[in-house]
Design a binder for this molecule. Structure first.
Ligand code: MG
Length: 233
């Protein structure tokens, strides 16, 4: 086994449970908008996916720029609001509120203590498809870099995030990297296709559903430094 020099982490559903955060952010933002303009037909998930597809057809950067995607969706839902300047102001303000609420997260037990330990031995980085900013949290101090899809101009499992991570640390090779994440494809398959070592965060006892061999996994952050030491120490 190679010595590991750099560890990269996914954020959403790896450092915290993302679902309650996003649901709350969504509800609060919608409420804020409706307080200003009255009731809006937000539609269901399928409407959202259709709209997303349509928007990507017109502007393919929306595929990886989820901030733009969200603003365009607000614009669409508020297209009856005049003048356009007022509509745009509501859209931008609503987006700020969403981003604010989107950072109201609760770290999984053991995250902070483990990062502190690991940061003493390894360079730590973030590779996220989402738009949480690690540097808005106290734990940001443990990370040397953070790469989102906005910077990568692509989403994991594609290689752009991983390539950019290598650029952050001179002389490091993929097989000296360890990527940790919850998503079987975006994190584990994406990284291991490049020869990056992987550790799957599986805290709900999920089945491994890919054709490839099941990766090393862990279910509690409290165990993480010990597990990394066992495999790579
Ligand atoms: Mg994730």
């Amino acid at each position: 086994m190679n010595k590991i020099k750099m560890i990269t982490f996914d954020l959403d559903d790896t450092l915290w449970d993302n679902r309650p955060t996003i649901i709350n952010a969504e509800i609060e933002t919608r409420k804020w908008i409706e307080d200003r303009v009255g009731e809006i037909k937000w539609g269901d998930l399928n409407d959202f996916l259709d709209l997303r597809k349509e928007l990507i057809k017109k502007d393919e950067s929306i595929e990886w720029d989820i901030g733009k995607l969200r603003k365009e969706i607000f614009k669409e839902k508020l297209k009856h609001i005049r003048p356009t300047s007022l509509r745009n102001k509501i859209v931008n303000d609503a987006f700020e509120i969403f981003i604010d609420k989107r950072h109201l997260i609760k770290l999984y037990d053991g995250v902070e203590a483990s990062l502190k330990i690991l940061s003493k031995k390894y360079e730590l980085g973030v590779l996220t498809n989402g738009n949480a900013d690690i540097y808005k949290f106290k734990i940001g101090r443990y990370f040397k870099f953070s790469i989102s899809s906005l910077e990568a101009k692509d989403n994991k499992p594609n290689r752009s995030h991983f390539d950019k991570a290598l650029e952050k640390l001179e002389g490091v090779k993929f097989d000296e990297m360890l990527h940790i994440g919850d998503h079987q494809i975006n994190d584990i398959i994406g990284a291991s296709n490049l020869g990056i070592n992987t550790l799957w965060f599986n805290n709900n006892n999920s089945e491994w559903e890919q054709d490839s061999k099941k990766p090393d996994e862990f279910s509690s952050w409290k165990m993480l430094p010990e597990i990394i030491e066992k495999y790579y120490g």
